[in-house]
Design a protein around this ligand. Structure first.
Ligand code: MN
Length: 199
């Protein structure tokens, strides 16, 4: 059993004008496909073939750098595609909305902190909203690391994340990462965030 590139639930142009079709297609068919193939190759002979991606990430300190980079890339993008939807945007409701208000004050305050984490992650990486034993937290990680990894500075279960590698936005936004982050709010699939929060 090896990992497979998942299909998207929507067309490459479905997130226009917030995320352009060409970026989506290259991101999925080239970047995510490469992480998936390279993860499978890197796992050969490690004894971790057939383990779940969560179990691999939880033990990442014992595994190679290619498994860290490609395993993170595989997991992060699987999550990312699901966190966006053509019918996304707006505000969260229900338990996740209550939790955001509890830990960040207001939804606006939460948006400000999350956007700041995305803007200030130097170079390539991700910004995250995570669930921890102490409640919701915002954090960011370099490269393809994520908060599930046993090496993460701030650990927790990712329930929302944004890819801030240049490959995620450069064709449309060039160096204007904050404009890309602002557009991301229009496509967030809050039903999926809520589902992950309750898991
Ligand atoms: Mn990416």
């Amino acid at each position: 059993m090896s990992f497979e590139l998942p299909k998207l639930d929507y067309a490459y142009n479905a997130l226009e004008p917030n995320i352009d079709a060409q970026t989506m297609e290259i991101h999925h068919t080239k970047h995510h496909a490469a992480y998936t193939a390279n993860l499978n190759k890197a796992l050969e002979g490690t004894g971790f073939e057939g383990k779940s991606i969560d179990e691999i990430l939880l033990n990442i300190s014992k595994l190679s750098t290619p498994i860290r980079n490609n395993g993170g890339g595989f997991y992060n993008h699987n999550l990312f595609w699901k966190l966006m939807s053509p019918s996304g945007g707006g505000k969260p409701t229900g338990d996740i909305a209550d939790a955001i208000n509890k830990f960040f004050g207001t939804f606006e305050k939460f948006k400000e902190e999350f956007a700041n984490a995305a803007a200030t992650r130097f170079g390539s990486g991700w910004a995250w909203l995570i669930n921890t034993k102490d409640g919701l937290k915002i954090t960011s990680t370099p490269n393809q690391d994520n908060p599930l990894m046993d090496i993460a500075e701030v650990k927790g279960k990712p329930i929302l994340g944004i890819d801030v590698w240049e490959h995620a936005y450069y064709l449309k936004y060039q160096n204007r990462r904050p404009e890309y982050v602002a557009a991301f709010w229009n496509v967030i699939n809050w039903d999926e965030v809520s589902r992950k929060f309750k898991l």
